[in-house]
Ligand binder design. Structure first.
Ligand code: FAD
Length: 334
């Protein structure tokens, strides 16, 4: 077992034994003032765009922070992220690594590869249980993102994030004017098709069965050259995740460069089971304008608390959450 704490990699690859050691008050990289405390100011659950952004705010405020990350961000399969000014086209993995590198400058931040499983306690004295131990903390930030649930169509999982895309602003420009499809029906299908037509006029709405669109809604689409395909889908034919055809039951197929889809998602139910955070209408953790959840001392940021999925939003929300947690601590003279 590796017992080295690799600061340059932001302590991300440390083993379980090293992780336990990293939580010891004798930790060499900890801020001396924080060593007097017997608990963390904040435990950040999820160390990706939102969580790392929050960690920077908190680290710069000299707060003793533990980042727990299980290493499975939602865009892990993406080679190039877009629509983030100054980083357009950059690999998200590289951006996360750069963030970790920058956080090394702040000695009160500790990050470990670990999965948080349970939260107990109340504002000022929470206990977070994780795969590397139990951690006492005053505040908690939930920045776990969401888990996208694959649609039960052969090829969907393999193509997700590569040629089955969630967001035209992130990946639409790369498939400009190519044969595209929207996989949706009803109000979402109508709205989504309207949106994607901005990127390509060679567009098919795949309803995967008889459509629920009203005849006038169908006419609205057809009049604008959008094909409506109601046959049940058998498979996305692909090579290494790059779709080439959508095959229907009964052997027919149409050629395709990319599809847009909005699969359902799951929150980290296990963690939330002990917290009773209020959810928003969209099914995310409800937060106020300062990223506070309905549970005192628990904050949330990024995809887990926002239907707007973008790196820019996640970074901004994390940054705000870090400031908000600091504000909450100082208001309690902590
Ligand atoms: C396929 C795809 C492509 C995308 N492309 C773009 C793009 O090009 N441009 C753009 O702006 N946006 C893009 N997005 C959106 C963007 O990736 C997200 O908005 C952003 O990653 C959200 O950041 P986050 O930190 O909230 O969550 P995530 O990045 O999903 O990270 C959450 C982290 O929390 C960890 N975690 C979860 N549960 C636990 C737990 N219990 N304990 C410890 N750690 C845990 C996970 O392992 C993960 O590392 C894309 C999204 C997807 C799905």
């Amino acid at each position: 077992m590796n017992d080295q704490i690799n600061r340059r990699n932001f302590l991300h690859n440390i083993s379980l034994a090293a992780a336990a050691a990293a939580l010891s008050p004798n930790m060499s990289h900890a801020d001396p003032t924080s060593l007097e405390q017997d608990r963390f100011d904040a435990v950040i659950i999820g160390g990706s765009f939102a969580g790392l952004s929050a960690a920077m705010s908190l680290g710069r405020a000299r707060r003793k922070v533990l980042v727990l990350d299980s290493g499975r961000p939602c865009n892990h399969m993406v080679k190039a992220a877009h629509n983030l000014i100054m980083h357009d086209g950059a690999p998200p993995q590289q951006m996360r690594a750069d963030a970790q590198e920058q956080l090394v400058a702040y000695p009160t931040i500790t990050s470990v590869s670990a999965t948080a499983t349970r939260i107990e306690g109340a504002d000022g004295s929470f206990t977070v249980h994780s795969s590397v131990g139990t951690h006492a903390t005053r505040k908690i930030l939930l920045s776990t993102g969401v888990r996208d649930l694959p649609l039960p169509i052969r090829g969907f999982t393999e193509c997700w994030g590569i040629s089955v895309l969630h967001c035209p602003f992130c990946h639409g420009y790369e498939v400009l004017n190519q044969p595209l499809a929207v996989l949706a029906d009803g109000a979402l299908g109508l709205e989504f098709a309207r949106t994607i037509r901005n990127w390509s006029r060679d567009l098919t709405l795949l309803t995967n069965g008889p459509t629920t669109l009203e005849p006038e809604q169908q006419k609205e689409l057809v009049d604008r050259g959008i094909r409506i395909e109601q046959r049940a889908i058998a498979e996305f034919v692909h090579h290494n995740g790059q779709v080439s055809h959508v095959a229907f039951k009964g052997n027919a197929a149409i050629a395709m460069s990319a599809l847009f889809a909005r699969p359902p998602f799951a929150l980290p139910e296990e963690l939330l089971s002990s917290l009773s955070c209020t959810l928003s209408e969209s099914g995310h953790i409800h937060v106020d304008h300062m990223q506070r959840t309905s549970v005192a001392g628990v904050f949330a940021a990024g995809d887990v608390s926002s239907p707007i999925r973008s790196l820019a939003f996640a970074i901004a929300a994390g940054n705000l959450a870090g400031g908000s947690i600091t504000q909450s601590l100082v208001s309690q003279w902590q």
